[in-house]
Design a protein around this ligand. Structure first.
Ligand code: PLP
Length: 390
C-alpha cells in the first residue's frame, strides 16, 4: 500500500482540518504585536468569537490568550474564585473532571454533581447541588469530548441565574459548530479554543466574558495569577493597537482571524446546521458499520461522536488500520480507552472528508476480520445527508 503523501486527514476531536487560506496566513511575514494588521486580526477574532457564542454587546470582553483550551479553563476560574470559595462542577465526563482539578489546584472547595458517562446530569440535581453547596461559581462542559454528550446547559444557566451563581461554560468542543446563546441565557463566561469547530490551528485559548463576570473579577480583588489576570489583559484587548501587556503569537493570530472570517462568512446558523447534519450522518454511518454511538441520539453532540468498537477489535488496532488509509481518528479516553473510538466532525470538515473517513473505517474493519458489506457505511452516510435535520 502506498504511504499517504500528505498529512493525515484529521477526524479526531481536535485539532481539525485547517483550510489552506488559514495555513497561508500563518506563513506570512511576522507582524509586530502592536501593528495595525495584528490589531485588525485581533478584532476579527474577537467579533467572530462573540458572534459564534452569541455574546452580544461591546461590554462583553473577548480575550485571546496564547495557550490551549485548558489554559482557558484556568484563566476563567483564576479570575472568578478566591481560595476557599465553593465551586460547583457539573460533571458529565472527562472534562468535568478537569474543571474540578483546576478548581482544586486554585484552592477552591470543589463540589461535583456527576452522572455516568454517556448521560446528562439532571437539572434538578444541579439545582439541589447549587442550593446545598451555596457555590459562588458553577462550571459546565458544553460537549464532553470523551463521550460526545451535550449538556442541557440552557436549563443549568437558568438555575445559575436564579441562584445568583456565576456560570462558566467550557465550549471548547462546541463553539463555532453549535449555538451557545451566551447573552440570551445569561452565561457569564464561555471558554473555547482555536483548534476545534472554529477551524484554526491549535494554540489560542478564547474567552468571552460578560460584564457581570468582569464585575465579579473586580470585586474579588486579586487574581491568583499574574499572566492570566483579566485586568491586565483588558486594556490591550479593548484597544489592541494602543496597549501592551504581553506578546501574542502574531502569526497564529493572523491565521485564526482568517478562520473566524471564513466561519462568519459561511453564516453561523448555516454552520451550525452543517454540523448537525454531519453529526447525524456520521452516527448513521457508524451504526451501519456496527460501531454503535455510545450516547443516545437526543443528547448527542453535532461535533464529536464516541462509538463502541466491536468485540475482537481494539480501539488501538482500529486507529492503526484507519491511519493506513491516511485518516486519523481517536481512541476512547480514560474508562473508555479499551472499548471506544471517537470521531470528530467539526470545523472545516464536510461531506468529502466524512466520506473518506467512513470509507477508511470500512476498509479498516474488513482488514481486521469484521464482516462489512463494501459501501455500507458510505451509503448510510449519503442516505442521511439531506436537508438540515434542525
Ligand atoms: C471539552 C473540552 N474541554 C477542554 C479541553 C482541553 O483543551 P486543550 O487540549 O486545548 O487544552 C478539551 C480538549 O479536547 C475539550 O474537548
Amino acid at each position: 500500500m502506498p504511504e499517504p503523501e500528505s498529512a493525515p486527514l484529521l477526524l479526531i476531536p481536535g485539532p481539525t482540518p485547517v483550510p489552506q487560506s488559514v495555513l497561508e496566513a500563518l506563513a506570512r511575514p511576522t507582524e509586530s504585536h502592536s501593528s495595525p494588521a495584528t490589531a485588525a486580526a485581533l478584532r476579527q477574532i474577537q467579533s467572530g468569537l462573540l458572534e459564534a457564542v452569541g455574546g452580544a454587546g461591546p461590554e462583553h470582553l473577548a480575550l485571546v490568550l496564547a495557550g490551549s483550551g485548558t489554559l482557558g479553563l484556568e484563566a476563567a476560574l483564576t479570575n472568578l474564585l478566591r481560595p476557599g470559595e465553593t465551586l460547583l462542577v457539573v460533571n458529565h465526563g472527562y472534562f468535568g473532571d478537569r474543571f474540578a482539578d483546576v478548581g482544586r489546584a486554585l484552592g477552591a472547595e470543589v463540589v461535583e454533581v456527576s452522572c455516568p458517562w454517556g448521560e446528562q446530569v439532571d437539572p434538578q440535581r444541579v439545582e439541589e447541588a447549587l442550593r446545598e453547596s451555596g457555590a459562588q461559581v458553577m462550571t459546565v462542559t458544553h460537549v464532553d469530548t470523551a463521550t460526545g454528550v451535550v449538556a442541557p446547559f440552557a436549563d443549568y444557566a437558568e438555575i445559575a441565574r436564579q441562584r445568583g451563581a456565576t456560570m462558566v461554560l467550557d465550549s471548547v468542543a462546541g463553539a463555532g459548530g453549535m449555538p451557545v446563546g451566551m447573552a440570551d441565557l445569561g452565561i457569564d463566561v464561555v471558554v473555547t479554543a482555536s483548534q476545534k469547530a472554529l477551524g484554526a490551528p491549535p494554540g489560542l485559548a478564547l474567552l468571552a466574558i460578560s460584564p457581570a463576570a468582569l464585575e465579579r473579577r473586580r470585586a474579588i480583588g486579586r487574581a491568583q495569577s499574574y499572566f492570566l489576570d483579566w485586568m491586565r489583559w483588558e486594556p490591550p484587548m479593548r484597544d489592541p493597537s494602543g496597549r501592551y501587556f504581553a506578546t501574542l503569537p502574531t502569526n497564529l493570530v493572523a491565521a485564526a482571524a482568517v478562520a473566524l472570517q471564513l466561519a462568519g462568512s459561511e453564516g453561523w446558523e448555516v454552520r451550525f446546521a452543517r454540523h448537525r447534519r454531519m453529526g447525524r450522518s456520521v452516527r448513521q454511518a457508524l451504526r451501519a458499520l456496527g460501531l454503535g454511538p455510545l450516547a443516545r441520539e437526543e443528547v448527542s453532540s453535532a461535533t464529536v461522536t464516541a462509538f463502541a468498537v466491536p468485540e475482537g477489535v481494539t480501539p488501538a488496532a482500529l486507529r492503526t488500520e484507519v491511519a493506513r488509509e491516511g485518516v486519523a481518528i481517536a481512541g476512547g479516553l480514560a474508562a473508555w480507552s479499551t472499548s471506544a473510538g471517537r470521531i470528530g466532525h467539526m470545523g472545516a470538515a464536510g461531506l468529502p472528508e466524512l466520506l473518506r473517513g467512513v470509507a477508511a473505517l470500512e476498509a479498516a474493519l474488513a482488514r481486521l476480520g469484521q464482516e462489512v458489506e463494501p459501501g455500507r457505511g458510505v451509503s448510510a452516510l449519503l442516505a442521511s445527508w439531506g436537508p438540515d435535520p434542525a
